[in-house]
Design a protein around this ligand. Structure first.
Ligand code: ZN
Ligand code: ZN
Ligand code: FE
Length: 767
């Protein structure tokens, strides 16, 4: 090489941040370097990938351009920092051993089996033919097996499986699609399956999977260890076994998820649009809520009183083999007793699930971080999350501002997630469940520890819900020695969460139609209109306070709420109400006395409780066995009556100073009239939904007139109700409002921690 050429060489040090590990990024750069004849090296650090690239200027520029334009499908580049160095005259491009330092990086979630691996899985000539743990740099377990960063096999639960020579060769060959695929394995060296009976005694067999499939055909229930935990599985078309599973799991009505072999199969049972097809077959492979077709063979007890089925495609090689052998739809519900966390350790599962499963299909790859399946739906052609975990979490959101603080937000107690913020990134955890359950609470603390370690987080600011009795509040107090604690009102957090989800950082109208959250005045809020930004909020309107006699007991028994609301608002109790069949004079009198004497009675402005009351008045649901059941069943009956959008019940807005209280007496009276006239429940339900949308519109118009705000964010559990969401958005858009809904985190309490975190982050530097 002539001297002139050498002088033209340029060397750049490039730091790339984002999801760049465990997604085939280094082999991609390696191949790119070869293509462009760029010399230097690449290395994984816990701060991201770092490379030094040396070439003549135009080549180097093209190389850097190609890094972003051709990046591997699962990677996500967030930031590229380039530094000029003096040439070092490298002779080749190489991949160097990883370095640990005190930085942190984004970690890829687990990814569904890719097309290339599937082809091998079903190729009788491939050495991984029917091997249930096949994976590559583009697919397989990630977050569930990573014990520390940088992401390397030695720091995963795969470290106990030394690779055989063939796997080792693939792993070290930069041109192979399994180059540095950390979970790389084959039948000779990797994890394997085993089958046991319910007592944990191994059933000796050549092919545990085949035996398991036969048991399923005989109508048995099998606990299957998957990616992030155990599933309980049975035939979805066998009514007896589905009902048996409900009994054993103590889950009476909450829908079970299904796994089906292919999109064609799903189409036999559900309606599908393009967006739903895309989501089902995405690398995240979540459970998608799909409108079910009538008169199929799916047992009605899979999703009682529900117009939808939660369906997913196989997402691990084990699932592909299972469904390929079984052919028909399977129930795949998380392996737990109702309300407990998902099991993820073999011994523990054998202990906790042995009253539920007849057999266990286990494997010997440990799960380090447990994960439930994610649940999403498509609303107006966009994904709308219900529960985020496998395939998505940690959900990393880039904020549009940066502060020096490190924040932990503890979330709420139901459908808990927590959130960390550091360097302008929010990491929202997977769904942890309901913290009232002791095991869930323990698991929650364990998951916080995992995040702290993986992302190198030492929170100096801790946000928590204002509710004094929440377990998440209790947890936050244990951190008081090291951190500044900031309590945040529940519905303010909902609003801030939806703002963050949409990149908004300004004053907005925040509407929270929710279950209950602890209010600033100690009452249970949940039908709230506020003016809010990240610095504070003002409550400008709410549903009127009504008594909730006995608190939690009433949440389980909606007829108590109906009686309370009718008694309080109308002062009379019609004798021909069907709900009276579910109670007796003694209980009715007790409830009335409790309200009149204000004994053990809470005041609530909750929209969710109003749904419960209406659901009970219409005798749709009198006993709630899972959160939201009464409201969901009301929505289901009202859904197909949505032709008459203009038809709504009257209500009053009472002005008090700068705010409005939404009076519900007229609404309840007219609704009761309709009911006593014998009008169809779906029609009444539809009118009720219209009324809430109309309330939201009228109040928003008053706020716009008085405060000049035009942007509305909708959050809170009630907006999981798509009928309500659709009607509300339509009314508002017709009047020129800009309406924002959730995109990345759930509208229910699963999204609370993100809002808490951002508010605390903004406040962290204010003193
Ligand atoms: Zn693959
Ligand atoms: Zn091997
Ligand atoms: Fe909430």
């Amino acid at each position: 090489m002539g001297k002139l050429d050498l002088q033209q060489l340029e060397l750049k040090k490039i730091l790339i941040k984002g999801i760049v590990q465990g997604v085939g990024f280094r082999p991609f750069i390696y191949r790119l370097a070869h293509k462009f004849q760029v010399k230097g090296y690449i290395i994984n650090t816990s701060n991201g990938v770092v490379l030094e690239a040396e070439a003549v200027k135009p080549v180097l520029n093209k190389f850097i351009e190609a890094i972003t334009s051709e990046a591997p499908p699962l990677s996500r580049i967030e930031e590229i920092i380039i530094q000029e160095l003096n040439p070092k005259y490298y002779s080749a491009f190489e991949i160097r051993e990883s370095q640990a330092d005190d930085g942190y990086q984004l970690i890829s979630p687990d990814i569904a089996t890719c097309k290339d691996c599937l082809d091998e899985l079903f190729d009788p000539n491939d050495r991984r033919y029917q091997y249930p743990f096949i994976n590559c740099t583009n697919c397989g377990p990630r977050f569930t097996i990573i014990q520390d960063i940088p992401y390397d096999r030695a720091k995963t639960t795969m470290s106990i499986f030394p690779m055989c020579p063939q796997c080792n060769e693939e792993y070290h060959n930069p041109l192979h699609r399994r180059f540095h695929a950390q979970p790389n394995a084959c039948p000779a060296c990797g994890p394997h399956l085993m089958l046991t009976d319910r007592t944990g005694v191994e059933i000796k067999t050549e092919n545990p999977l085949k035996n398991a499939i036969n048991y399923l055909k005989e109508g048995k229930i099998i606990a299957i260890k998957g990616l992030g935990g155990f599933h309980l599985t049975c035939d979805a078309q066998n009514k007896q076994v589905v009902e048996l599973l409900r009994k054993r799991k103590n889950r009476l009505f909450k829908p079970f998820a299904l796994m089906m072999k292919s999109l064609e199969d799903i189409h036999k049972y559900c309606y599908l649009n393009n967006e739903e097809i895309k989501l089902l077959s995405s690398p995240q492979a979540p459970i998608v809520l799909l409108k079910k077709k009538n008169n199929t063979n799916i047992a009605p007890s899979v999703a009682p009183n529900n117009n939808y089925l939660g369906v997913m495609l196989p997402y691990t090689p084990l699932h592909h083999l299972l469904l390929n052998g079984y052919q028909d739809p399977l129930v795949m519900t998380s392996g737990n007793l109702s309300e407990e966390p998902i099991s993820f350790i073999n011994e523990e599962a054998l202990e906790r699930l042995n009253n539920m499963a007849d057999y266990f299909l286990l494997h010997n790859r440990d799960i380090h971080a447990c994960y439930d399946d994610s649940v999403l739906t498509i609303f107006e052609n966009k994904t709308y999350p219900i529960r985020k975990a496998r395939g998505y979490s940690p959900t990393a959101l880039k904020l549009n501002f940066k502060k020096p603080a490190v924040v932990l937000a503890c979330g709420a107690d139901l459908k808990n997630s927590f959130t960390f913020i550091k360097d302008g990134y929010a990491f929202v955890s997977q769904h942890n469940g309901d913290l009232e359950d002791y095991q869930t609470y323990t698991n929650y603390q364990r998951n916080i520890d995992i995040y702290q370690k993986l992302f190198r987080l030492e929170p100096d600011t801790v946000a928590y819900d204002l509710h004094p009795d929440y377990f998440s509040t209790l947890y936050s107090q244990s951190l008081s020695a090291k951190s500044r604690l900031i309590p945040i009102q529940h519905h303010y957090a909902h609003t801030a969460s939806c703002m963050t989800d949409n990149g908004l950082n300004e004053r907005v109208i925040g509407i929270s139609f929710d279950g209950v959250g602890y209010g600033l005045d100690g009452n249970l809020w949940g039908g709230e209109f506020m003016i809010a930004d990240f610095h504070g909020f003002e409550r400008v309107s709410h549903l009127e306070y009504l008594p909730l006699p006995g608190g939690d007991i009433s949440v389980k028994k909606p007829y108590r709420i109906a009686l309370s609301y009718i008694h309080t608002l109308l002062g009379k109790l019609p004798h021909n109400l069907e709900l009276l069949k579910y109670t007796d004079d003694e209980e009715v009198n007790l409830i009335i006395q409790q309200i009149d004497k204000n004994f053990n009675t809470f005041l609530t402005s909750s929209c969710g409780r109003l749904f419960d009351a209406v659901s009970s008045i219409l005798n749709i649901c009198q006993n709630v066995t899972y959160e939201g059941q009464a409201a969901i069943e009301l929505e289901m009956l009202s859904e197909d009556r949505s032709d008459s959008n203009a038809d709504y019940y009257p209500f009053d807005l009472k002005e008090t100073g700068n705010s409005w209280v939404i009076k519900l007496g007229l609404l309840l009276n007219s609704l009761l009239d309709d009911y006593l006239k014998g009008i169809d429940k779906g029609v009444i339900g539809n009118r009720f939904h219209n009324t809430l949308a109309k309330i939201a519109l009228n109040v928003s118009e008053l706020i716009r007139k008085n405060h000049g705000l035009n942007k509305i964010v909708l959050s809170g559990g009630c907006f999981q109700n798509q009928l309500l969401l659709k009607k509300t958005i339509m009314q508002m858009q017709n009047q020129g409002f800009e309406v924002y809904i959730h995109k990345n985190v759930p509208t229910n309490d699963g999204g609370i921690s993100l809002g808490q975190a951002v508010i605390a982050y903004v406040r962290s530097s204010s003193c």
